[in-house]
Each structure stands twice: as C-alpha cells, then as structure tokens.
Design a binder for this molecule. Structure first.
Ligand SMILES: NC(=O)c1ccc[n+]([C@@H]2O[C@H](COP(=O)([O-])OP(=O)(O)OC[C@H]3O[C@@H](n4cnc5c(N)ncnc54)[C@H](OP(=O)(O)O)[C@@H]3O)[C@@H](O)[C@H]2O)c1
Length: 281
C-alpha cells in the first residue's frame, strides 16, 4: 500500500513508520522538508496517490500554543485542512490524531467518543478545529483522540521527570491533574489495526488506567531506579504555566473496544519503555 505519514519524525509518527515500513510504500511529511502549512503540500501528497493518509503531525507544544495561538491554528487547523484536501482529491481515507484536551475535564466520569467537546486552552481549540475540518471535508475519516503520549527519544513527561530527578535533589509534581499515559508504539499498533477495519468515526485510544501526574512521576522514578528522589504532591495552582490543562479529561474507549481494540495498562507500557530505553543505551 502507498501510505502517507505526516509528522513521521515525531513520537507517534515514527512508531507508525516502524510498524508500516515493511511491505508498504511510505511518504513521510515533516518539517523542514515538507511543511503542512504550505498549500503546495496538497499536490505533494496527492501526487503520491496514497491509499490512506495518517496525520499525527501537529504543533504539540501546549504552552507554545497559548503564547502563539496563530501558529497553533496555522499548523493544527490550516495544515490539517491541506492534508484533508489532498485526501479528498485522491479519494483516500484519512486518520487524524486528536487529544483528550478537547474536553474540559471538569467532571469525574470519563468522556465517551460521542460527548460534546469543550476546549479550555488554545492547543485544544486548534486540535478541535482540525477535527471539524476533517469531519467537514471527508466522508471516510478516523479521528483518534489520545492523551499523555510518550516514546523513547521523545520530549515527554517521562523524559522530563527523569531529567529533573538527575538535576534536582527533590521534585514537586501536581496531584490534581489526571490522565492516561499512552505509549506511542502501543497507540501506533491500535491505529494500524483500526485502519484495517474500514470502520470510520471517532475513537478514544489510550493505555488503560488512570493516574495523577504525581502518581505517574512516582512510577517513573521507581522504574528508573531513582525512587530515592523525594517528590512532593502540589496543587496545579502552585505550578505556574501558560496553558490550563483539563484536570480530569479521561477518555473512555467504547468504539474501539467493540472492534476488539484495547490497549494494555499504562504501567506495563511504561515498564516496556524503560526496557527499550536500557536496550538503546
Ligand atoms: N504528545 C502528547 O502527549 C499528545 C497527547 C494527546 C494528543 N496528541 C496528538 O498526537 C499527535 C502526535 O503527537 P506526538 O507526541 O507524536 O507529537 P510530536 O512528537 O510533537 O510529533 C509531531 C511531529 O509533527 C511535526 N510538525 C510540526 N509542525 C509541522 C508542520 N508544519 N509540517 C509538518 N510537520 C510538522 C513535528 O516537528 P517538530 O518536532 O520539529 O515541531 C513533529 O515531528 C499530535 O497530533 C498530537 O496533537 C499528543
């Protein structure tokens, strides 16, 4: 198959690439060689005549989006519009990767695929804009919402906690923001299974289980062999940052589970990450 993977140098894109490179003809779209905000990208993708387009590329710096919402909209909405127009031109289905942050996170219960979004920050508004573009332009699309993605070599919460523990004698981590850590290789596998079904629509894929940032940090330090570094739980009001993340935006996987697609518990996935990181070291 001919497959386009946008953001193929990123955490999820590179995991998709690894899974699909054997036996397929792939076109990667990532900066600086290919910029999805450039209108010429429509022809670049269409000329490749893909059978399917996988679109994880995004401006993912959440605080950066708050500082520069125009850039967030340019990449996450306009860029997605270009990619979707290419899909429309060649009649290919497209998979757009979105975020748990499209929900406000102000309730205890998990959000279902059909729940009404209500973004509370610039990043989430831009990602929801991307969802709308895909839904407006295409008949055959998948929207996969995920959360708290980590992968070896990526810039993510896991690598930040390990680096911080190497640098400081003690850490402070928020204990009132909850989520489901998601290992990019597990997510990539779920996505590849999904696109083989031709069952279009909105899906929620995260590793299973829920934790606070504080609980997540403790598990990271345990697996990194750094549990001697003390961690103090703090409210998010004491952790100043530009963006406001939703406090409790947990994604319920109903649609994927009905197709038999579920992801393992996040603790198992995190242990796997540390195994892979050691192997690579
Ligand atoms: N990371 C998370 O915790 C998380 C949570 C929920 C949802 N998601 C969604 O999941 C998807 C994948 O996330 P990820 O963590 O794999 O992201 P990532 O590692 O930041 O990868 C995104 C890739 O897209 C590239 N990119 C940025 N602007 C581009 C442009 N204008 N044209 C082409 N490529 C561009 C990035 O390049 P640069 O690195 O040079 O910018 C990067 O290689 C994203 O759509 C994200 O919104 C992520």
């Amino acid at each position: 198959m001919r497959i386009v993977i946008t953001g193929h140098k990123g955490q999820l894109g590179s995991s998709l690439w690894k899974l699909l490179e054997e036996g397929n003809h792939l076109l990667g779209i990532d900066i600086p060689e290919h910029d999805i905000t450039d209108v010429g990208i429509i022809d670049t993708i269409a000329d490749f005549r893909p059978h399917i387009i996988l679109h994880p590329a995004a401006y993912t710096n959440v605080d950066g989006c708050e500082e520069n919402p125009e850039l967030a909209y340019r990449v996450n909405v306009l860029g997605t519009w270009h990619v979707a127009l290419a899909a429309q031109q060649v009649g290919a289905p497209m998979l757009y990767v979105s975020t748990n942050e499209v929900f406000p996170g102000d309730r205890e219960q998990p959000y279902f695929e059909w729940d009404e979004p209500g973004p509370i920050n610039a990043y989430a508004r831009s990602k929801l804009g991307g969802e709308r573009v895909v839904q407006t332009l295409l008949d055959r699309f998948y929207i996969v919402r995920t959360a708290w993605v980590f992968a070896p070599g990526g810039n993510n919460f896991v690598s930040k906690i390990v680096k911080a523990a190497e640098k400081y004698v003690a850490l402070r981590v928020v204990d009132d923001e909850f989520g489901s850590p998601t290992y990019a290789p597990d997510l990539a596998e779920a996505i590849v299974r999904l696109v083989r079904t031709d069952m279009y629509g909105i899906y929620h894929f995260t590793n299973s289980g829920v934790c606070s940032r504080y609980e997540y940090a403790l598990e990271i330090l345990k697996l990194a062999g750094m549990e001697n570094v003390p961690v103090t739980p703090i409210p998010s009001s004491e952790w100043k940052r530009l963006s406001t993340p939703p406090k409790h935006s947990i994604l319920a996987n109903v649609a994927g589970a009905s197709l038999g697609i579920t992801l393992r518990p996040w603790q198992e996935a995190l242990a796997d990450y540390f195994e892979k990181t050691k192997e690579g070291a």
